[in-house]
Ligand binder design. Structure first.
Ligand SMILES: [Zn+2]
Ligand SMILES: [Zn+2]
Length: 263
């Protein structure tokens, strides 16, 4: 009898723990952690490793990175590499699919963000957010890309995870996160990193660094975008006194664990 009561209390408290009435503070904190984690993986893996080959990870670490990005982001790696290298080649000139100076504020600042929000709400695969002139000739086929094979399944699994852990507020958390992470990855670089901030070098494009103290935790070093445009192959984006690249610190830690090698 005693054991039955204890087990009933235990199962009730477990259910209660799994279906918390999420308060606003928890909501913001978890949302921030999701964003930071995903943007960090995007920076240290999709961007610095796959696109620029500045760092190489242990195969097991790569698998974990790919899996987590599939759950939380769903951007096919081949799509990101192609469009990103295109952005480096034609920065802010015709041919750059991600330039507000080429496509204008209406398209890049209003139409694309609206498409992203609709894409999440209508459950469209991520490629629907791609620019019409997506450069298929730049495609790179990576061996295991869940986002190509199962473009919507990752998001579905992540939605279930949030419902199990947070109850119904998990649906809202998932939706807000999905919209924000796509806006950060697809539109933030050209609407912010090419418009606001300071320059260190003389270059024929509008890339900027955001002062390090403003965004480092959220963007893991990507806010030093101007430095990256000057030296795309460098793994550390901090180049002047006072600049700090959080993503690079994570990479150094993985190097220390012998799970990454800087090229
Ligand atoms: Zn750029
Ligand atoms: Zn780059």
């Amino acid at each position: 009898m005693q054991a039955e009561i204890e087990s009933s209390i235990l199962s009730r408290s477990t259910i209660h723990a799994l279906n918390t009435d999420m308060n606003i503070l928890t909501f913001i904190l978890v949302l921030f952690l999701y964003l930071h984690g995903t943007l960090t993986l995007f920076s240290i893996y999709s961007h610095r490793s796959l696109s620029h080959k500045a760092v190489k990870y242990h195969p097991a670490v790569e698998k974990v990175f790919r899996f987590l990005l599939w759950l939380t982001n769903g951007v096919p790696n081949n799509f990101h590499t192609a469009s990103h290298l295109q952005h480096h080649k034609f920065t802010d000139k015709p041919g750059d699919s991600y330039s507000v100076y080429v496509h204008g504020w209406w398209k890049r600042g209003v139409v694309v963000p609206l498409k992203i929000i609709l894409g999440v709400l209508l459950w469209l695969p991520h490629s629907k957010d791609a620019p019409e002139d997506f450069p298929s000739k730049w495609k790179v086929n990576y061996p295991i890309d869940y986002a190509v094979k199962y473009p919507r399944l990752g998001r579905f699994v992540f939605l279930l995870f949030n419902i199990v852990v947070f109850g119904l507020p998990g649906i809202l958390l998932w939706a807000v996160f999905n919209i924000l992470v796509r806006l950060f990855i697809v539109t933030f670089p050209d609407l912010v990193f090419h418009v606001v901030g300071y320059k260190n070098f003389d270059m024929p494009n509008n890339s900027r660094n955001i002062p390090t103290y403003l965004l480092p935790i959220l963007w893991a070093g990507e806010e030093l975008h101007h430095n990256h445009h000057r030296y795309p192959g460098k793994v550390n984006y901090a180049m002047k006194p006072g600049e700090f690249d959080l993503g690079y610190q994570y990479i150094r830690f993985l190097c220390w664990l012998k799970l990454a090698t800087i090229k």
